[in-house]
Design a binder for this molecule. Structure first.
Ligand SMILES: Nc1ncnc2c1ncn2[C@@H]1O[C@H](COP(=O)(O)OP(=O)(O)OP(=O)(O)O)[C@@H](O)[C@H]1O
Length: 479
């Protein structure tokens, strides 16, 4: 019989102590296992039943790090946060079980450890919930894998097709640049493969298994570019951006940041970029704190950056910093020997996507060789793609290509009669657009913002047209 103290308060306290002990005993008996850890998450006590599950006597488990005994345990998290995890499903390797975890505190309220109970080790009754958790877990893993694949560089140096001396030289220089960790500037007309080379350099560099992140300074409105690059602290923006965002520099940490059309960066951001390159640290918008980053920058430009410096549109100090290692990517017309191989590979690629083998007649190659290719390899791909779709033939001949590249006829044999039927108006419109854009780019020395203004369209619209029509800046003297 328990002798209760006479004083009501003492009686209450004794009752509480007794209740606690009996509750604990009951709970322990009911549970499939229980384990307690200290402040360092080392096992201080485990019941015999639970220890046997891990093939140990209880005494042998005492002193072990909890994760060494139970890999998926979250007792360390409870100790660190001081917060319970009331119901959780834990992976035990051979199956799942339902667990609850509580912090243990001393009289002063200081966390001194934690205790975990396995409530059921047979979760059949909870099968729908467990299945759902497993399904969500699988989806999360797949999404994480996809995200990390997207952040990997897609192309290797072998994807940069060409065997001409100009091409072999640029690949040799790219391979060397990959071994150094300095900033690289890829200069060349649009569509020459600068982005492809940037992926390739990253892929053969020691940073290959780290992220490759790309950003096009010309395609993002000036007001958003800073946050895109350097990130923003929570509250730096209102609305959707309230929670803050990670900048591209942070996402690329450990890896490579590809900064396309660096010549289109506003002057104010050029100063910030220079700071990052020098100090290797960023200051997210509105954060008031400096974050160190380890990022290799590969910048690209299709405008003449030295000319932009002379005109005061680009900071000289940034230019010299970026151009530590400058690679001039040759335009297609300077590596015409690569045309047959490039055309063949591009047609293979298009053919595999539409499920039909494609080829080029010999006379077709002669037409391709006569064209000036202001949009370089991108334009070549687009011309081939358009010809395949328009003429629905597996074998492209000169007559087909001449309809898409009428200027190539001027330098060669008599033009073939214009195509009959419905495609003609669209083609004529595209041709007129192409000419207007090429001349606008020519008169602005390849500056896309200025060309867009001249044409009376937005910079984004110009980018879209450049990509659809497969054209780009004329020789900008970049490099
Ligand atoms: N040497 C090459 N071998 C194979 N494909 C190439 C080559 N050069 C370019 N391409 C292809 O041409 C297209 C344009 O290339 P990319 O985007 O790398 O050019 P860019 O110089 O970065 O253009 P921009 O300055 O307009 O951004 C892509 O589809 C790319 O795969």
């Amino acid at each position: 019989m328990t002798a209760w103290p006479a004083d009501a308060a003492d009686r209450g306290e004794s009752f509480r102590q007794l209740a606690m002990r009996s509750l604990f005993d009951r709970l322990e008996a009911l549970c499939e296992g229980s384990v307690a850890v200290d402040r360092e998450a080392r096992v201080t006590w485990i019941n015999a039943k639970y220890a046997r599950r891990f093939g140990l006597e209880a005494e042998a488990a005492v002193g072990m790090d909890i994760e060494a005994l139970i890999p998926h345990s979250r007792l360390r998290e409870v100790v660190d946060s001081g917060r319970p995890i009331v119901l959780d499903i834990m992976d035990m390797g051979s199956g799942h079980c339902v667990v609850t975890r509580m912090p243990l505190c001393d009289e002063g309220g200081e966390v001194i450890g934690a205790i975990g109970f396995v409530l059921y080790d047979r979760v059949e009754g909870l099968k729908p919930v467990v299945d759902k958790v497993a399904q969500l877990q699988r989806r999360l893993t797949a999404a994480e894998r996809e995200l990390s694949e997207n952040r990997r560089a897609k192309y290797s140096l072998a994807s940069f097709i060409g065997v001409s001396p100009a091409c072999t030289e640029i690949k040799r220089r790219a391979r060397r640049a990959a071994q150094l960790d300095s900033t690289v500037l890829l200069a060349g007309e649009t569509g020459t493969g600068k982005e492809l080379l940037a992926h390739a350099i990253h892929n053969v560099s020691p940073r290959a298994d780290k992220p490759f992140i790309g950003i096009n300074a010309a395609a993002i409105p000036e007001s958003l570019l800073e946050a895109e690059l350097f990130g923003a602290a929570p509250g730096a923006y209102t609305g959707a951006e309230r929670r803050g965002r990670e900048g591209k520099f942070k996402l690329a940490d450990g890896g490579t940041l590809f900064l396309d059309e660096v010549g289109d960066m506003p002057l104010s951001l050029q100063a910030k970029l220079l700071r990052v390159l020098q100090e290797r640290e960023i200051e997210p918008l509105g954060a008031n704190r400096i974050v160190p980053v380890d990022v290799r920058v590969i910048a690209a430009t299709s405008v003449d950056l030295a000319g932009a410096v002379a005109q005061g549109r680009f900071r000289a100090d940034l230019y010299y910093r970026l151009a530590v290692l400058q690679l001039a990517v040759p335009p297609l017309r300077e590596r015409l020997p690569d045309l047959p191989l490039l055309a063949e590979r591009l047609l293979d690629d298009i053919g595999s996507r539409i499920g039909q083998p494609l080829e080029l007649a010999d006379d077709a190659l002669a037409v391709l060789a006569r064209h000036a290719w202001p949009g370089n390899v991108r334009e070549l791909r687009n011309v081939l793609e358009r010809a395949v779709l328009m003429f629905e033939t597996p074998r492209l001949a000169a007559a087909h290509l001449l309809k898409l590249l009428p200027a190539a006829a001027d330098a060669g044999p008599a033009p073939v009669a214009a195509a009959g039927g419905v495609g003609r108006l669209a083609e004529a419109t595209a041709q007129a657009e192409r000419q207007a854009i090429v001349s606008a780019l020519a008169s602005t020395g390849g500056n896309k913002l200025a060309a867009a203004r001249l044409l009376g369209i937005s910079r984004a619209a110009l980018y879209q047209k450049l990509s659809v029509l497969g054209i780009g800046a004329p020789a900008a003297g970049a490099g």
